[in-house]
Design a protein around this ligand. Sequence first.
Ligand SMILES: Cc1ncc(COP(=O)(O)O)c(C=O)c1O
Length: 483
Amino acid sequence: MKRVPEVGLPADTVMERLLSAKSKDLDWQSGRAMGFVYVPDPEIQALAKQAFMAFLTENALDPTSFGSLLQFENDIVAMGASHLGGDENTVGNFTSGGTESCMLSVKSARDFARDKKGITEPEMVLGVTAHAAFQKAAHYFGVKMRLVPVNPETFALDPDAVRDAVNENTVLIVGSAPAYAHGVADPIREMGQIAIEKDVLFHVDGCIGGWMLPYFRRLGAETPDFDFSVPGVSSISVDLHKYAYTPKGASLILYKSKEVRRYQIFSCPGWTGYTIVNPTIQSSKSGGPLAAAWAVLHHIGDAGYMKMAKGVLDATRKFIAGVEAIPGLRVMGKPDMCLVAVTSDEVDIFHVIDEMTVRGWYIQPQLALGEYKENFHVSMQHSNVTLVDEMLVSLAEAVESARKIPATGAGKNIAAMASTIDPSTLTDEMLGNLLAMAGIGGDTTEGLPERLQGVNEILNALPTELNGALLTSYFNQMFTPTK
Ligand SMILES: Cc1ncc(COP(=O)(O)O)c(C=O)c1O
């Protein structure tokens, strides 16, 4: 097993090895990745790095020792709150990302309801399109989910179905503005009314949309109402490391008032060490992401964000029109922002994705779930906007190439075999067999083949529970210490 080198290596050797390890990673710098990354201009990237490095070692664990970090956090929370219709009562915290912000909204609601209403078997109501972070929160914090289906054509959540799902154990309603997969927002105004009527907290997940939508609105686009000005909204999550273009490790969880935020904070004077007071999940944390976010927000400024948003809005419109003009493809629903899901009733969409990979593009596969069809997802962002024409040409070619690839029927075979497997008894051998059928070799640390249609077709065909068990086993093997 690999060990720490007996004698340390020279700095340039170390850097050389680190950088050469990147060579097979997703090439985000090309602007051809339509997911995972949100890339501002090089000058802003340089400033972010400089600010990040200046606060790399400062520890946001203790705001009384590092007052600069407390000031940056309060500044950024104020900027987020004023951007999202907050007032002088709005409070919030800087977190490591969207998942942490969403999870904290659930934890605060659970503890608030236990304290104020004596709810001991907490439940939350959310659309099936709500981000997986809420399913994670339910799993971690012991909150039962009431998942409400959306319309399979429009992806709209029916407010009446939300109302019906609320009961005396409901601690939180969750709405998305918009939901990631198809870029469609939930009916936040109607859901806010239900929250008021039922006296339940209401979280709006604006992780991906919260920063951008106000700019789209100011640019005249039709955008949903979703912020603190909507009656009934009690908390909002908004990621800075997405459409505010700050480096990763940057999100905000905002509350209408301190009354609920109080339940987010964990304090522990009852151990033998230093007094712990953690407003968020992490304890020790680098000041880097916070300082970088402060720097980027101040440097881009409102006018800069408007300009970037205009580029993204125009590019998204062009992309949607272009996709609709390609025979065999269709956009799913009517996206409210710059997130677009594309599917096909004629060609295997997973082959289209592979054909795009071959042409140097990264687009994200999204598996089918019940009546919601498999598709690919594009998150249009700043560094993509000049490449839309080129991308559409590649996409038209990719569809034509995909048409020529004969179907293997692997999905159907797997689905038949899967019906005989109990997910709770999935062994390494069964995992190996399933992976082999998908064309993946035995060594899971080696990464995936370039063409992933086989893998996607199989994952797409498996029942959700078995799929989860398979992916868990795969990751359990992939993270194996280096020999
Ligand atoms: C709507 C929404 N919520 C939550 C998240 C989770 O964010 P993160 O990946 O930063 O944890 C995402 C990520 O794309 C998202 O789109």
